[in-house]
Design a protein around this ligand. Structure first.
Ligand code: HGY
Ligand code: MN
Ligand code: MN
Length: 443
């Protein structure tokens, strides 16, 4: 009896000791449902599966339209109200408790490059939907509205995010997309209205923040065994159409010393591009990604070659320096082989963009709170986030890409890594909603 009484006393004391701690501790933040998120990724990958196991779901294709319909349903299931803006952006919105507050916006894209993989863009859109779904299920009502944007044509014109920030370049609607449709017809195909593009533009005060979860697409995280990349800045991109003018002639009767072979000059140019980008100090990259020789017959010396040149860096001045050096080499090649080379810039409007210092810190803190390692790093890929930096404090969360492979059917990110990224996104949203960017009511 006495022993029983002592045991009761002891357990009551234990309860009293624990209670104040339990009562003062914050409820744990909800975690994403990793299985559901990865199942959604697998399901989305069935829209446009290519023979190599990746996806070919280029913007405006039938697969793109079908994939977006699937995403629309997921958004609705997560309690979001869905609309398509004039640029074709698919936008899900959940109202917040305070209607006066600007929206916390999450997003990415579900279009792919031709012969792409199952993770680029998809992880960000589906991760954001999973965040909304978990908040909904956990009964967490944010103070801010939450918006999820599936941007239009990220892998091509980037018209979705450019329209949202009002930076559409003349001629964008006439560009021919990977689908073969013009961007104008493509935007119509996904439910937008190219004649009303300005209505897609958002004002700075409408957004509290923009955060994008994405696969790294490089090998830095995997090689350094780090869970989360906190993106410091996103590269700018400049592109040129390059034309080499040679002279088409008989491949049997024209001796080697009488040729103006456009393809030989183009080959010199390709090597020069690689050498310039490699020789200058820094992380700049330069690529010739497309090359076409005309007339294109085994028995005709190529009379004309068209190519693309792309240069990327985090620094605008460095991109210009790389271009100036390439242009000078092009001049030397043109003179040496008597094959003029034209370089005509394609206006893209994809400028280098630093992310927001405070958002970086929030992402790093969120990773740490989950016991995940993180690292500040640049993004060598372009993202809609870089346009969103014009509108709102912007951040990006990277998760490792196995082998650093992307824009390939072999692109892969482990299911746990996908879940890690989504959990960091969830905690980032909660922190921003709680005022981590400053008092929420004065955003
Ligand atoms: O090309 C890019 O960097 C991006 O993946 N669209
Ligand atoms: Mn991509
Ligand atoms: Mn992407």
């Amino acid at each position: 009896m006495r022993a029983h009484y002592l045991r009761m006393l002891a357990s009551t004391a234990a309860i009293l000791l624990t209670l104040p701690i339990v009562a003062s501790a914050k409820p744990p933040a909800p975690a994403v449902n990793a299985d559901r998120l990865n199942a959604h990724l697998a399901a989305l990958s069935r829209f446009g599966t290519n023979p190599e196991g990746g996806v070919s779901r280029v913007a405006y294709s039938d697969f793109d339209v079908a994939g977006r319909a699937y995403v629309t349903q997921l958004m609705k299931d997560a309690g979001l109200t869905v609309r398509v803006d004039a640029a074709g952006n698919l936008i899900g919105r959940l109202e917040g408790r305070n209607p006066k507050l600007p929206a916390i916006v999450l997003g990415s894209h579900t279009d792919s490059v031709p012969s792409g993989g199952n993770y680029d863009g998809d992880v960000g859109v589906l991760g954001a939907i999973e965040v909304a779904q978990r908040l909904h299920e956990a009964g967490v009502a944010l103070r801010h509205p939450l918006e999820i944007v599936n941007f239009t044509d990220e892998e091509g014109s980037m018209i979705g995010s450019l329209a949202i920030v009002g930076h559409i370049k003349p001629g964008t609607l006439d560009q021919v997309s990977h689908s073969g449709k013009t961007v104008r017809d493509g935007v119509r195909a996904v439910g937008g209205d190219p004649e009303q593009l300005p209505t897609a533009q958002r004002r700075a005060g409408e957004l509290a923040a923009y955060v994008e979860l994405h696969i790294e697409q490089g090998a830095i995280l995997e090689e350094s065994k780090i869970d989360i990349g906190v993106v410091e800045g996103i590269v700018g991109i400049r592109r040129w159409d390059v034309t080499v003018h040679g002279f088409a002639n008989h491949a049997g009767t024209t001796p080697m010393n009488r040729r103006h072979d456009a393809l030989v000059s183009a080959s010199d140019f390709v090597l020069a591009v690689s050498r310039v980008a490699t020789t200058l100090p820094g992380r700049q990259v330069a690529t010739v990604g497309v090359i076409k020789a005309e007339p294109g017959a085994p028995n005709v010396i190529p009379g004309k070659v068209t190519m693309t040149l792309e240069i990327r860096d985090l620094d605008e001045a460095k991109m210009q320096q790389v271009f100036d050096a390439i242009r000078s080499k092009a001049g030397e090649i043109a003179t040496a082989r008597e094959t003029p080379i034209d370089l005509v810039e394609i206006p893209l409007g994809i400028e280098p963009a630093p992310t927001h210092e405070a958002v970086r810190q929030i992402v790093a803190t969120a990773a740490k709170s989950l016991g995940l390692s993180s690292k500040f790093m640049p993004s060598g890929a372009a993202h809609d986030a870089q346009h969103m930096t014009y509108l709102a404090p912007t951040g990006m969360i990277f998760v490792p890409s196995i082998g650093g492979i992307s824009h390939s059917p072999k692109e892969y990110t482990a299911p746990e890594a996908v879940a890690n990224g989504a959990n960091v996104l969830l905690r980032t949203v909660l922190a921003i909603d709680g005022g981590a960017l400053g008092p929420a009511d004065v955003h």
